[in-house]
Design a protein around this ligand. Structure first.
Ligand code: NOJ
Length: 742
């Protein structure tokens, strides 16, 4: 009997052992790799931008010198290039075609920062799925998204592409995008391999200037900048991209600590790592490499698998291997990662894309989801006298402002395949959907966001005088944010501030809708306006989504994914700041300081004389047409220890007249740590729908791991002591309850 049992156990062990070691993809990779010459391996590591069927491209593909092509958009050309690779190169390895599909391909969704403002991962996932279906129909199987850089500086143009300032929110949104892009199975022809970028710390760029240096202590890197990337690995992201910046002097494309130690060793990542555009070559300009050969060597040593547009590997790697500077094993490892993705995508079995008569663009389903994303991404910052939603008493509206009818600008940055002719602008949507109900008077006032001409303002004022309410669409042109489009002053550009003031003077209620690529310093305009909706740039369906919010067919539920500063000088400003030894008290602003006041008379605490210590609006903030009451927070126990969980609950009541959705936010604070800890840290959120008058209980489960942080010994650990926990409507409100970690 015993022997029989033993035999059975051994058999199971052998079976399990076999299933573990015999991953069929790894076997295929080994087999293919064994047939490849060194040149063919290096060819796989070369990514080039599309040049159609140019002679050069054709001959390089035939000789196995191209592993991936980005930015080739014509499907027939793509299929022909693929045919050349599959049929006319020696080993027939398919090419992987890539493209930046950031917030939509044809149907454009809100900019990622706007999507993060929905605090609705399912919606964000469904948007990425739409983008994947549209993009894959043209042959693209790899997108360079999501961008999950933590962005705490709104001067940085790429904040538009980010999910904002918070590691937890960014992690959730990034994971949602990855799931949406990649679908259930990478081998599905509508699956797009996602790319977690930019690894790492790019958002910490000094002075918010793109490509600039970053100085990030390892503790902060691990606590703030890396968590979304770790979650991306856990979500199964297919690829990573290096960032352009140097961290503490080491550019990411040559950063062994980041790419080998953290990404591969600590996180056990088996996907592909691609450089950013020419970022290997740029290590020469950074001043850390003497020439392209040196740059190629550094990048290879750092474990960068694929070279995007530096021509460094294709021209230098062979020599480096021959001289012994790089081992062939290092090349093999990189090629394995590349082939693994090609196998996972099913490219060897299905290299071509069906050339359809009708592309699956702008489907009803896609447009509906895009509109919902607009609705949920708009944040109501102010609503004096409940001016919004407009009631039946409003018989006429004046639609004004440079963004009221700007089809290209409402799409936002970095959507090269978008077609502005498909954009539905706020003006068009208001006319189409509500034109029968209200008279629509229109006068742009300023033709584009930077317009400074005063003539338009006078015309807008005249138009406004004829209407019951002014709907003022201000903001930024798409080109004022995104890569390499940073601003040192983040005010409303052009004469828009003057336009707001002039319209306010008419005495008509002003509803201001901000369509921007970043947080703007709009303190004065918020004071002047009666209601403010911060909408970011909403994409194709910005108009219909915003019109429904304005007229009450939909109720705002967006929450700020990033702090809105009062003044640019407050930047970086974020909710998860440290307390300091002298937190702000009794703030005395500059105009109130008595003349001749003594140096220490203000109490010596931490604030700016001109801006005080608070943001214009905090992270997590967003009003609704209804109101939500939070009961006091309850915890399941007041002591917890390692491996345990703690339930945190509270009741939320919709105390207003409208059905609505609220984002309940879970924050903690480690009151006394071995290192100073943030005043609050987001650890969870739930978006819940509540009918007018309805009460629901929200429940979060905190794990002991969620309380941990990286300490001075570079160990992530939960420290014993007192913790506070909140469930609140934003990062500044609510009352905490206390528990102890023992
Ligand atoms: C440079 C950008 O930094 C990166 O995000 C993008 O994916 C590549 N160019 C490719 O377009």
């Amino acid at each position: 009997m015993f022997q029989k049992k033993l035999f059975f156990i051994m058999l199971t062990a052998v079976f399990l052992g076999c299933t573990q070691t015999k991953d069929p993809v790894e076997g295929k990779i080994d087999e293919l790799l064994s047939k490849m010459t060194l040149q063919e391996k290096i060819g796989q590591m070369n990514q080039l931008t599309g040049t159609g069927l140019s002679n050069d491209m054709v001959s390089q593909i035939k000789s196995g010198k191209v592993g991936s092509i980005l930015n080739e958009l014509d499907l027939k050309t793509t299929n022909e290039l693929q045919r050349l690779a599959v049929k006319e190169s020696r080993l027939g390895i398919p090419i992987i075609f890539a493209r930046d599909v950031i917030h939509g391909f044809k149907t454009i969704f809100p900019i990622p920062l706007g999507q993060a403002a929905t605090w609705n991962p399912q919606l964000v996932e469904s948007g990425a799925r739409v983008a994947a279906k549209e993009a894959t129909a043209t042959g693209i199987r790899w997108t360079f998204a999501p961008m999950i850089d933590i962005a705490r500086d709104p001067r940085w143009g790429r904040i538009a592409e980010s999910c904002g300032e918070d590691p937890y929110l960014t992690s959730q949104m990034g994971a949602a995008m990855i799931r949406g892009f990649q679908g259930k199975n990478l081998s599905d022809p509508t699956s797009l391999a996602a790319c977690a970028k930019h690894f790492a710390g790019y958002g910490a760029t000094e002075s918010g200037k793109d490509y600039n240096t970053t100085w990030i202590p390892e503790l902060q890197l691990r606590d703030v900048y890396l968590p979304p990337f770790k979650v991306a690995v856990e979500t199964g992201v297919a690829s990573f991209m290096c960032s352009f910046n140097d961290i503490n002097g080491v550019p990411s494309s040559g950063n062994e600590f980041l790419n080998r130690q953290i990404l591969r060793k600590e996180w056990n990542y088996s996907g592909l790592l691609v450089s950013d555009w020419a970022s290997i070559e740029q290590m020469i300009k950074h001043g850390v490499c003497t020439d392209l050969k040196d740059a190629a060597r550094k990048a290879l040593k750092a474990g960068v698998d694929m070279d995007m547009m530096s021509y460094a590997y294709i021209n230098q790697a062979e020599g480096l291997v021959k001289s012994g500077a790089i081992s062939e094993k290092q090349i093999d490892d990189a090629v394995r990662n590349i082939l693994r993705l090609k196998f996972r995508l099913g490219l060897f079995d299905h290299p071509y894309i069906k050339e359809q008569a009708k592309m699956p663009f702008y489907t009803e389903d896609a447009l509906r989801k895009a509109k919902q994303a607009v609705i949920e991404s708009a944040i109501l910052l102010k609503n004096e006298k409940d001016i919004l939603p407009l009631t039946d008493a409003i018989k006429s509206v004046a639609v004004i402002g440079p963004l009221s009818d700007a089809p290209a600008d409402q799409l936002g940055t970095w959507c090269f395949d978008a077609e502005p002719s498909h954009s539905v602008t706020p003006l068009a949507a208001i006319k189409n959907s509500y034109g029968a109900k209200v008279k629509v008077i229109t006068e742009k006032g300023l033709t584009y966001s930077r317009d400074r001409s005063p003539q338009g303002i006078a015309k807008a004022v005249n138009a406004a005088k004829k209407a019951d309410v002014i709907l003022l669409f201000v903001g930024e042109e798409a080109v004022l944010s995104g890569e390499a489009h940073c601003r040192a002053d983040i005010c409303l550009p052009g004469a828009q501030p003057e336009l707001v003031t002039a319209l306010k003077k008419t005495g008509k209620p002003v509803v201001m809708i901000v369509m921007a690529g970043r947080p703007l310093t709009i303190g004065k305009q918020v004071e002047e306006a009666d209601a403010v909706l911060y909408a970011f740039q909403g994409g194709t369906m910005a108009g219909p989504g915003l019109a429904d919010l304005i007229f009450g067919k939909a109720v705002p539920s967006g929450k700020l994914p990033v702090t809105l500063p009062r003044m640019v000088g407050q930047v970086p400003i974020y909710y998860a700041h440290k307390m300091t030894g002298r937190p702000a008290e009794k703030i005395c602003l500059i105009d109130n300081i008595p003349v001749g006041a003594a140096q220490t008379s203000l109490g010596n605490t931490s604030y700016h004389l001109d801006a005080g210590d608070s943001p214009l609006f905090p992270f997590g903030f967003g009003l609704s047409y209804t109101s939500f009451n939070y009961s006091s927070v309850k915890i399941s126990k007041n002591k917890m220890s390692e491996g345990q969980t703690l339930d945190v609950t509270c009741n939320i009541t919709n105390a207003g007249k409208y059905d609505g959705a609220e984002v309940a936010q879970l924050y903690i604070r480690d009151v006394v740590g071995s290192l100073a800890r943030p005043v609050r840290e987001l650890k969870g959120f739930q978006k819940i729908n509540l009918k007018a008058g309805e009460t629901k209980t929200v429940r979060f489960t905190l794990t002991s791991d969620q309380l941990a942080f990286w300490n001075a010994d570079m160990v992530k650990r939960t420290e014993p002591g007192e913790f506070q926990v909140w469930i609140s409507t934003d990062s500044q409100s609510g009352k905490p309850v206390t528990f102890n970690y023992i």
